[in-house]
Design a protein around this ligand. Structure first.
Ligand SMILES: Nc1ncnc2c1ncn2[C@@H]1O[C@H](COP(=O)(O)OP(=O)(O)OP(=O)(O)O)[C@@H](O)[C@H]1O
Ligand SMILES: C[C@H](N)[C@H](N)CCCCCC(=O)O
Ligand SMILES: [Mg+2]
Length: 239
């Protein structure tokens, strides 16, 4: 019945990986879970049919979960809005002469809720990304009242982006459900082991002090060989 919104401090921070892996672990715990993508930009058009394909992030979610595309993926219930231009959704939609109607996304989520216990809804980019000229992602989350899972990493600059995102969630009266710390950038350019460790230490203390009910999840780098490198466990009371 529950919907959790997966956002992140920016695009490419690991929301898709976090969403797919959380879904996989919930599935292994016997929970009937599905993922959804708010809106996907950068989707390739099928050359023969001319139609937009299934959203890339949905395909990755299913690969990470180790299951095939589901009927609700093929009929695009899990991502009704797909656009070609890999840009902010408001712009990608405009370039396709379309305007995203948030009610379409909400009714897709409700239809998924009828069949699944948990829906993990992944955003595009960060919290203040516009999905229309007038509606920000966070406006939509607030309208629906979804708890937020925020994905971050040890990339230099992440502390500031994480705290700003937490402030934004709190200022709308929304629940910070979890922080997912993605280890993907621990050894990236401009980041080293001390920075990554210092970021983890600071964020964990900050969370414990200001968001004591929020969960801390650690997402390891996934290998390409079966995506089975799960060395983190969701806490018992995660759902
Ligand atoms: N834990 C991880 N293990 C392995 N690769 C990862 C991990 N996290 C991120 N990546 C890599 O970083 C890329 C960007 O991550 P991801 O697609 O999850 O970002 P995103 O936050 O979902 O971006 P978007 O805003 O486009 O949805 C992935 O394609 C993948 O190559
Ligand atoms: C195409 C990209 N990978 C994402 N899906 C969309 C990111 C939108 C970011 C907009 C912005 O913050 O300026
Ligand atoms: Mg993604």
């Amino acid at each position: 019945m529950s919907v959790l919104f997966i956002s992140g401090i920016d695009t490419d921070i690991g929301k898709t990986y976090a969403t797919g892996m959380i879904a996989k672990v919930l599935m292994q715990q016997g929970i009937n879970v599905i993922t959804q993508k708010l809106v996907q930009t950068g989707v390739a058009r099928d050359l023969s049919s001319g139609k937009m394909g299934v959203a890339d992030d949905i395909i990755t979610h299913r690969q990470l979960m180790g299951i095939p595309l589901q009927p609700c993926d093929v009929d695009n219930t899990t991502c009704p809005y797909r656009f070609e231009k890999p840009a902010s959704p408001h712009l990608s939609a405009r370039l396709a002469s379309d305007i995203l109607n948030p009610d379409v996304i909400t009714s897709a989520t409700k239809s998924l809720q009828a069949d699944y216990e948990v829906v993990l809804l992944e955003g595009a980019g960060g919290l203040l990304v516009p999905i229309t000229e007038k509606l920000l992602t966070l406006d939509y989350i607030a309208q629906e009242g979804y708890p937020v899972i925020l994905v971050t990493s040890g990339r230099l600059g992440s502390i500031n982006h994480t705290l700003l995102s937490l402030e934004a969630i709190t200022s709308r009266g929304l629940e910070v459900h979890s922080i997912v710390y993605n280890h993907i950038h621990d050894s990236a350019a401009q980041t080293d082991a001390e920075i990554a460790a210092g970021t983890i230490e600071f964020l964990q203390k900050y969370l414990a002090q200001y968001y004591p009910t929020a969960h801390w999840l650690s997402l390891p780098v996934q290998d390409n060989d079966g995506f089975n490198n799960i060395d983190y466990i969701l806490p018992q009371n995660f759902i």
